[in-house]
Design a protein around this ligand. Structure first.
Ligand SMILES: Nc1nc2c(ncn2[C@@H]2O[C@H](COP(=O)(O)OP(=O)(O)O)[C@@H](O)[C@H]2O)c(=O)[nH]1
Ligand SMILES: Nc1ncnc2c1ncn2[C@@H]1O[C@H](COP(=O)(O)OP(=O)(O)O)[C@@H](O)[C@H]1O
Length: 198
């Protein structure tokens, strides 16, 4: 049976993907489910293994990739990130809309699969604002911040490719950005709510 269409949220680090996603998952607890990626980066304070990410070593992750357990994987800012088949299946088994938070390499690789998600790019109003938000978040060292800003420039450039995204959200005012996200997903939300009733 074909479940609801997944949703891909992409865009530069610090653009506001996690913030928007957390609001969505809170407001529609049963409707959306997060695809928990694997990563080799260190957990940040407050991040929970198995909830925010599966935090793994490079060796373990590479073994699982070689065993064909991943839909896509990429190197970002010196760490590996990837979506396992199990991560998406776990959400789809609950008949929830699966939301993936992945970088632009992930977007390009997912396009080669039959997942058929809705592709949304979340972007900052400017690079200066992005830098300020990343600094204020206080999660990065100067080195990782600079890597993220370099990746952000590449991301914003590649994101201009026509047809790559179904929607680009400029996250200036958070509530406005959230409204645009909900508006885009309204049809899938309704369908999922309806299917719960029958
Ligand atoms: N390709 C791919 N990218 C991912 C995956 N999980 C997270 N990312 C991306 O990796 C980048 C860094 O994520 P993270 O270290 O959590 O930093 P943050 O986005 O600044 O909070 C972001 O652009 C994420 O969208 C994944 O499974 N696959
Ligand atoms: N519209 C906004 N206005 C001001 N700050 C924001 C806005 N959206 C997100 N932020 C803040 O910017 C930082 C980066 O957001 P985050 O959701 O972590 O980005 P991402 O998941 O894309 O890396 C966080 O500290 C968050 O609270």
């Amino acid at each position: 049976m074909q479940g609801p269409r997944p949703v891909v949220l992409s865009g530069p680090s610090g653009a506001g993907k996690s913030t928007l996603l957390k609001k969505l998952l809170k407001d529609y607890e049963n409707i959306f489910g997060f695809s928990v990626s694997h990563t080799t980066r260190q957990p940040r304070p407050g991040e929970v293994n198995g909830k925010d990410y599966h935090f793994v070593t490079r060796e373990v992750m590479q073994k699982e990739i070689d065993a064909g357990e991943f839909i896509e994987h990429a190197e970002f800012s010196g760490n590996m990130y990837g979506t396992s088949k199990g991560a998406v299946q776990a959400v789809q088994a609950q008949n929830q809309i699966c939301v993936l938070d992945i970088d632009i390499q992930g977007v390009k690789n997912i396009k080669k699969t039959d997942l058929n998600p809705i592709y949304i790019s979340v972007q900052p109003p400017s690079l200066d604002i992005l830098e300020k938000r990343l600094r204020d978040r206080k999660t990065e060292t100067e080195e990782s911040l600079q890597k993220r800003l370099t990746a952000a420039r590449v991301d914003l450039e590649l994101s201009r490719e026509p047809g790559l995204f179904d929607l680009v959200i400029i996250n200036d005012d958070l509530e406005k950005a959230y409204s645009e996200l909900k508006e885009m997903l309204l049809e899938e939300i309704k369908k999922t709510q309806e299917s719960r009733k029958s």
